[in-house]
Design a protein around this ligand. Structure first.
Ligand code: FAD
Length: 510
């Protein structure tokens, strides 16, 4: 495709250039998801200590950072998870650790006093697994990001948010595979693999990690890399947060960036053929294209019948004309009801496809789709979306495009086992905090029924970064054939299972 002189200008005819803003761009991509990002402020709780105050004072004295108890300023906001479903799980204290030494002190103190602990990075665990009734080890002060020009590597603190990493990389014109939400913790993101629009070209986030620093259960600080503690290094690339220790730094290879074509398109009341064509077209696209397809309940404006609305969001390492060529089969099937395609600087593009921030109540249930998108899934999706009958809350299925470089490494190259998919499907529900219990139950039943029928068609495991508290056989769903090795490593580095939560990797039996 020839380079068009105006390719950097807005190419989509529906929204004129002057009318485009981040807000209306996002509106196209997130309408069906959004609208429910309610902020909630929870009152300070009364002191709920189970240990004498002196024990907590002793811990506070050991720390360079601060220890917050319930009722102290800042406690409530730091305790709050992104998923407000778990907002009532409050810690007895929050240790804002200033150093790896502080983390080691917390681990020893918790072991000595039998107090449960969790690490809190960005607080975005879907299942609230960085909430605890014991000690929350807040990593937000361990947030340094530095870039080494000579090696092209970036080192990010274990408590840094993705947004801080993006800012540092933007300043040097580089990137890593990253997600759309800047308030997700870089540590939580990388430990579970880490998916994003760059993954088809560059692999999942953890594929580019070259070393990590980690405080183990015995308080020791170790480096894990290909040459030092290689087993632990293997486990920290896909073994998921909260399992092996507390990671205080990650060093990653970065990649050079160019301008990208960013796209956000929407179609209403689509046909089965359209859905099949959309997935086939995207699967045939070069690795430089990353996308997310959303399928949600909709109405056919002409007939009033229930239908499926589609959103397509993504980026392409190429020109607008090339992108339009790739998507041509889809455009021939149906005209988008809304479309924006624009070429811009890579990091400007990321700010257009960013996830809306804010806490809310939700559950996601995921499955990797091995092989191509199965056409047999279309009637299943249509039937379940048609059943959605609530005016409040939302339910939809999203497909994150994997494939490409995600599948280059073997399944046992790192703990991230999911290496033969073309898509990651996630059925999401979101509700208002004050929505009736009956409606919430209905949503969960809808999600579970839908998930049960999609799972065998998808054929793959579940994504360990989209932790799902309802998942049966979660060990094999998240880790597959890598589970036995992960359990052995867990037994070696955390024999007393100090780091545990409802879906933590159990140590192998001796
Ligand atoms: C709005 C939203 C958007 C998302 N987008 C994406 C996406 O695009 N791609 C993707 O892959 N995932 C995405 N996720 C999932 C996200 O990557 C995971 O939930 C991740 O685990 C969150 O990390 P966190 O530090 O923010 O969460 P937390 O709740 O703080 O931590 C999650 C788990 O990791 C542990 N943990 C956190 N930091 C460390 C550390 N430094 N060392 C050891 N353990 C640690 C915690 O103890 C907990 O068990 C998204 C989640 C949300 C809510």
């Amino acid at each position: 495709m020839n380079h068009h002189p105006n390719e950097d200008a807005l190419a989509g005819p529906i929204i004129p250039p002057m009318a485009m803003s981040r807000r209306n761009f996002l509106g196209v991509g997130t309408t069906l998801l959004g609208g429910l990002w309610a902020e909630r402020v929870f009152p300070e709780t009364a002191d709920q200590a189970t240990l004498p105050p002196k024990a907590w004072r002793d811990l506070a004295l050991r720390l360079q950072g601060r220890l917050l108890r319930p009722g102290q300023p800042g406690f409530s906001s730091l305790a709050l998870p992104n998923n407000l479903r778990y907002a009532s799980i409050l810690p007895e204290a929050i240790a804002i650790c200033a150093s790896t030494g502080d983390i080691a002190q917390c681990l020893r103190w918790c072991a000595d006093h039998g107090i449960p602990l969790v690490a809190r990075g960005g607080g975005h665990s879907y299942a609230g697994y960085s909430c605890t009734s014991g000690l929350m080890i807040n990593l937000s002060a361990i947030n340094r990001v530095s870039y080494d020009k000579a090696s092209g590597r970036v080192t990010v603190g274990g408590g840094a948010l993705n947004g801080a990493l993006y800012s540092a990389l933007q300043a040097v014109g580089r990137s890593v595979t990253h997600g759309r939400c800047p308030t997700v913790g870089a540590g939580g993101f990388l430990l579970g693999g880490g998916i994003g629009f760059d993954m088809r070209a560059n692999g999942v986030g953890s594929d580019k990690v070259v070393s990590t620093e980690i405080v183990l259960a015995d308080g020791s600080l170790v480096t894990a890399s290909a040459t030092q503690n290689p087993d632990l290094f293997w486990a920290c690339r896909g073994g998921a947060g909260g399992n092996f220790g507390i990671n205080t730094a990650f060093t990653l290879d970065t990649f050079a960036i160019d301008r990208v074509a960013v796209f956000s398109l929407q179609w209403s009341a689509v046909s089965d053929d359209f859905i099949a064509t959309l997935f086939q077209t995207l699967e045939a696209a070069p690795r430089g294209l990353g996308s997310r397809v959303g399928l949600a309940p909709g109405l056919d404006a002409a007939s009033g019948a229930r239908g499926i609305d589609v959103t397509l969001l993504g980026q392409f390492n190429g020109s607008v004309d090339e992108l339009r060529d790739i998507l041509q089969p889809v455009f021939l099937m149906a005209t988008p009801t809304h479309q924006i395609i624009d070429r811009m600087h890579y990091w400007t593009g990321q700010s257009y496809i960013v996830d809306p921030e804010g806490a809310s109540h939700y559950q996601e249930r995921s499955r990797f789709v091995n092989g191509g998108f199965p056409e047999a899934a279309i009637p299943v999706i249509r039937a379940w979306l048609r059943r959605w009958n609530l005016a409040e809350g939302s339910g939809l299925i999203k497909f994150f495009q994997t494939g490409g470089a995600v599948n280059d490494p073997s399944a046992d190259a790192s703990a991230f086992v999911h290496r033969s998919s073309q898509w990651l499907a996630a059925i999401g529900i979101q509700w208002q905090g004050d929505q009736s219990a009956a409606e919430q139950q209905w949503m969960h039943r809808w999600q579970d029924g839908f998930y049960r029928e999609i799972t065998p068609l998808a054929g793959g495991g579940a994504f360990q970064n989209f932790v799902d508290p309802s998942l049966e056989n979660w060990e094999t769903a998240y880790y597959g054939t890598n589970l036995p090795r992960l359990r052995k490593i867990k037994a070696r580095v955390d024999p007393t299972n100090l780091f545990h939560f409802p879906q933590s990797i159990p140590p192998a039996q001796a």
